[in-house]
Design a protein around this ligand. Structure first.
Ligand code: TEU
Length: 595
């Protein structure tokens, strides 16, 4: 078979040296990298108390979608009791932190992203005491907790919105939201033409106490998610207070939902055709940074500073990086990489861009293959269109799951080898595919607001299979309980129990990968140096003796002779790396690369 020949000699560019500095040296005080203990042995960065402050720079963060993780109460819905029972599984997987999707009381118009009370837990998940115990128990296992906050909007059932609805136009209670009179005669036209990212209108008209049509209110998502007015001091104080409420309970950080959206242009202009940076009326407005600077102030009040992780969907890399300046967020999700197709040149360019855009602000990159909004990787990579866009999702898309799984395994090792922090969405470590649910089960407003064209996001939110048998494949503590969304029967083969018994399973691959990442200092803090393995491969060193090669082409890539294999995402072909495979190598030190 033809193969590409790999040279392991790479040259560290000035940019790579800067990366090394950014990864090893935190911007706030302490020095990182390897430190010598009294007896001269190197300590791992994470073990040094001063350096523990920077745990987030290289952390592996596992996303828990509570409703579908594990059901401890036996009612078919995941809950905190279920997570507590499964903490040993998460510790064994080797993650540093958990990010919980919103767990607050909510009418679930958007799966909990419609928060009715920030200071409590949804009764179907448990209660506040259980949350406190979970946070403490996880911490004892060395796992930190990150929770979700949703500043752009709250639930229509939140007392503030109920008060606003019951109050007169122009009243202080309405000032916390965006109430406006309609346009046209009788005010029956929406105040703006803005379109929701869930499709459809962004304004809903209220009804006055006497039954006549009233003002309209803004909601960038569903009508059950009224947008907050961030010019109002109550809104700012309330959120800072909510942060303290959870930070005081041991939460290590927050994931900030729709983080580029909260600030609006209060003049409500029509949407410009091609707005200049900062000119969009509700996306990435310059004033937004004040909010996160204030939040950073709150986070830094703690002995172990709390961290801010932004859900920042922005095409403009330079504007994205502004959220990561030293006095704002610590990190933000790298969706640019996540949405790219399975093509070597495109992915490599995305990695380059990511590292380049993070460098000037000194923030680490994040690597994300999916989350609760995104088509599962094994499905995505098994389709003709291997990239991701919300508006391209359709029912009945043909999928080669075997191919997709091979690529998802390769992608898992590729991302775990890159510099920065790593996110794993629950179930990706099992290689779960996207489920095409019968329409009768779908709850996601994205599905309904698309007129039923978009299958929505519930297909990646199906309860996890823990064991091979039973009505919910071990998801529920009550063996006969039906899970809130049906699991495909084939998921028996993907269950945790089955994969624990199979040394070649996706789960074992993740466990081995995370364990190596933990053990090897070079994988966490070593500079990235590109290697040339031909146009269809992504190959790089980290530090002096670690290398990762991913073959995205159709021909084998020959492995170098002076290297030993640490881990591979699939079987090697003799001394060659087959297509859609990643290999991690222990290599001889490169004279051009410093450790
Ligand atoms: O998603 C944010 C989101 O979907 C939008 O930012 C959108 O993708 C973007 O504007 C497209 O360009 C978060 C949550 O992850 C999601 O589950 C929620 O439904 C949503 O916010 C609303 O809270």
């Amino acid at each position: 078979m033809d193969s590409e020949v790999l040279s392991l000699t790479g040259r560290e560019s000035p940019a790579a040296a800067a990366d090394r500095a950014a990864n090893a040296a935190p911007s706030h005080g302490a020095t990182a990298g390897i430190v010598a203990s009294d007896d001269g042995n190197p300590l791992r960065a994470a073990e040094d108390p001063a350096l523990a402050h920077d745990w987030w720079r290289t952390a592996v963060i596992y996303q828990v979608y509570v409703r579908s993780f594990a059901d401890g109460s036996g009612d078919g819905t995941g809950d905190l009791a279920g997570v507590r029972e499964r903490l040993p599984y998460l510790a064994q997987l080797g993650v540093d932190a958990l990010w919980f999707n919103p767990w607050y009381p909510s009418p679930l118009a958007d799966a909990g992203y419609d928060v009715a009370d920030y200071r409590d837990i949804h009764p179907m998940f448990g209660d506040l005491r259980q949350a406190e115990e979970l946070i403490a128990e996880a911490r004892e296992l060395g796992i930190r907790t990150i929770i979700d906050v949703v500043p752009n909007h709250i639930s229509h059932e939140h007392p503030w919105f109920q008060e606003a609805l019951a109050s007169e136009p122009g009243s202080p209670a309405r000032e916390r939201f965006w109430f406006r009179d309609g346009l046209g005669e009788g005010g029956d036209q929406m105040p703006t033409d803005w379109v929701s990212s869930f499709q459809g209108p962004t304004w809903t008209r209220t009804t006055n106490a006497d039954g006549t049509p009233g003002q309209w209110y803004l909601h960038l998502f569903t009508p059950e998610q009224p947008d907050l007015n961030w010019n109002h001091p109550d809104v700012r104080h309330e959120h800072e207070d909510v942060l303290r409420f959870w930070f005081d309970r041991g939460v290590a950080g927050v994931r900030i939902d729709s983080a580029a959206l909260p600030v609006k242009d209060p003049s409500f202009p029509p949407l410009p055709h091609d707005p200049a940076p900062g000119e969009h009326p509700h996306l990435d407005r310059d004033e937004i940074h004040d909010i996160y600077r204030a939040w950073r102030g709150v986070a830094d009040e703690y002995d172990e500073p709390r961290i801010l992780v932004g859900e920042v969907w922005l095409a403009d890399a330079a504007r994205f990086a502004r959220y990561l300046r030293p006095d704002e967020m610590h990190t933000a999700f790298n969706f640019e990489f996540m949405t790219q197709p399975w093509e070597a040149q495109v992915l490599r360019a995305s990695i380059e861009r990511t590292l380049t855009e993070h460098r000037p602000v000194g923030a680490p990159a994040t690597w994300v293959l999916s989350n609760h909004d995104i088509t599962r990787p094994v499905t995505r990579y098994g389709r003709e269109d291997t990239g991701f866009a919300f508006d391209r999702k359709r029912f009945g898309t043909s999928t080669d799951l075997e191919l997709g799984t091979r690529r998802a395994r390769a992608a898992a090792l590729l991302t775990a080898a890159l510099p920065g922090s790593l996110y794993i969405y629950q179930g990706d470590e099992l290689g779960l595919p996207e489920v095409e649910l019968d329409r009768s089960f779908i709850e996601d407003p994205m599905h309904f607001r698309s007129g039923g064209v978009d299958p929505g996001r519930d297909g990646c939110r199906v309860p996890l299979p823990w064991s091979e048998h039973g009505a919910s494949l071990g998801f529920s503590a009550q063996p006969s309980a039906q899970p809130w969304l049906p699991q495909p029967a084939q998921w028996s083969h993907l269950s945790v129990a089955r994969q624990e018994a199979d040394p070649h399973s996706m789960l074992q691959l993740y466990r081995e990968a995370l364990s190596l990442r933990r053990e090897r200092e070079d994988m966490r803090t070593g500079a990235l140096t590109w290697l040339d393995a031909g146009p269809d491969a992504i190959a790089f060193r980290r530090g002096a003796t670690f290398a990762s090669i991913t073959n995205l082409g159709e021909r084998n890539v020959a492995l170098p002779g002076n290297a030993s294999v640490l881990l591979a995402s699939g079987p090697l072909d003799g001394t060659e790396l087959p297509p859609d495979c990643t290999v991690w190598l222990d290599v001889e030190p490169d004279p051009h690369t410093s450790a």
